[in-house]
Design a protein around this ligand. Structure first.
Ligand code: NAD
Ligand code: IPM
Ligand code: MN
Length: 360
């Protein structure tokens, strides 16, 4: 039976980059006889405009029924001042939470051709290949209570709550250790255990899980130091496992090691490797509609989908190879451009990947 893939382009540059990723997906579907069926729906601001909510119940049901979801990006100034409960980002958080996608894999890999595009010295980033495993359905993003209120003295106050339960920590720690096992067997757990109770539990539970992985070298690091070490000597890391908010921040930081946030794909997985695949970047309102966004993070997210949800390693490898060949040709979107390379737009970049794939 055909595998169902639900495509949610989203807002801003979302539809632009998704158009290119879909071309790539359709080609591999054909070339490797994957028997995928694509369908399309809205998430975020586009869903708010169409359905009045950032994630419609029908869309959530279609996502549940699908074998995988491919997402562009959501959000934008148009929806920044609506009821916070209806903001585009809420739709994204809801779909992650409702599908149980607690394990977010964010690989930061430097294509050697892009050493000059990184803002760091080439020798600091050459050969970089790290994986950030971000907890995605817990912590301060979802903790209750959260509230904005007016105190008796008339001052406004707002607060969020950062809860983590043992089982939530255990399952994400296992993802971290399992990933480390598939790589260089080094796992760094990043927390703020010198201050936060939730981090103290995090560290204790990670230590317990480590007993089942004696072959993986575990270290712990405070998040402030980790942020510094990532730009000082990023290659000391293999796999990083961390909570929802720290992972959000560190993965954007890590993206610049690879040249641009436009290069960072992600997989958000449930306990059975059912997943949603999306670039780590947002809807980039500053460049939306100009046809200049980098589609490679989304194209590489398609590759992650083939690998993790469908075990189609050959097709996944082919996409990565095609991206590499296009970079060899010197083609660059503005975010990864450097002197001596050729600046192209979103569509030209997508077309070049498709052409390279076709010739593989
Ligand atoms: P952003 O990631 O959208 O943009 C940050 C900067 O990176 C901008 O200068 C942008 O032009 C650039 N950039 C991002 N993606 C790029 C690409 N593919 N090619 C070239 N340049 C790219 O972050 P932001 O500006 O903080 O947020 C904008 C909106 O996106 C907000 O509404 C935010 O909530 C939302 N957002 C959504 C997601 C998601 O859907 N997963 C992720 C992050 C932010
Ligand atoms: C991301 C984004 C989201 C997050 C926002 C848009 C809710 O920044 O996917 O990294 O913080 O998780
Ligand atoms: Mn983010």
């Amino acid at each position: 039976m055909a595998k169902q893939i639900l495509v949610l382009p989203g807002d801003g540059i979302g539809p632009e980059i998704m158009a290119e990723a879909v071309k790539v997906l359709e080609l591999v579907n054909d070339k490797y006889r994957l028997d995928f069926e694509l369908s399309f729906d809205e998430l975020g601001g586009a869903a708010y405009d169409k359905y009045g909510v950032p994630l419609a119940d029908e869309t959530l049901e279609r996502a549940r029924a699908a074998d995988a979801v491919l997402l562009g990006a959501v959000g934008g100034p148009k929806w920044d001042n609506i009821d916070p409960a209806l903001r585009p980002e809420r739709g994204l958080l809801k779909i992650r939470s409702q599908l149980g996608l607690f394990g977010n894999l964010r690989p930061a890999i430097l294509y050697p051709q892009l050493a000059e595009a990184s803002t760091l010295k080439p020798e600091v980033v050459a050969g970089l290949d790290i994986l950030i495993v971000r907890e995605l359905t817990g912590g301060i993003y979802f903790g209750q209570p959260r509230e904005s209120r007016v105190l008796e003295n008339g001052e406004r106050q707002a607060y969020d709550t950062l809860p983590y339960s043992e089982s939530e920590i255990r399952r994400i720690a296992k993802v971290g250790f399992d990933m480390a096992r598939l790589r260089n067997r080094k796992l760094c757990s990043v927390d703020k255990a010198n201050v936060l109770a939730s981090s103290q539990l995090w560290r204790a539970v990670v230590e317990e899980v480590a007993k089942d992985y004696p072959d993986v070298e575990l270290s712990h690091m405070y998040v402030d130091n980790a942020a510094m070490q990532l730009v000082r000597a990023p290659k000391q890391f293999d796999v990083i496992v961390t909570d929802n908010m720290f992972g959000d921040i560190l993965s954007d930081e890590a993206s610049m090691l690879t040249g641009s946030i436009g290069m960072l794909p992600s997989a958000s997985l449930d306990a059975n490797n059912k997943g949603m695949y999306e670039p780590c970047h947002g809807s980039a309102p500053d460049i939306a509609g100009q046809g200049v966004a980098n589609p490679l993070a989304t194209i590489l997210s398609v590759s992650m989908m083939l690998r993790y949800s469908f075990a189609k390693a050959e097709a996944a490898d082919a996409i990565e190879k095609a991206v590499s060949l296009v970079l060899d040709q010197g083609l660059r979107t503005g975010d990864i451009w450097s002197a001596g390379t050729t600046k192209v737009g979103t569509r030209e970049m997508g077309d070049a990947v498709v052409a390279a794939l076709r010739n593989l």
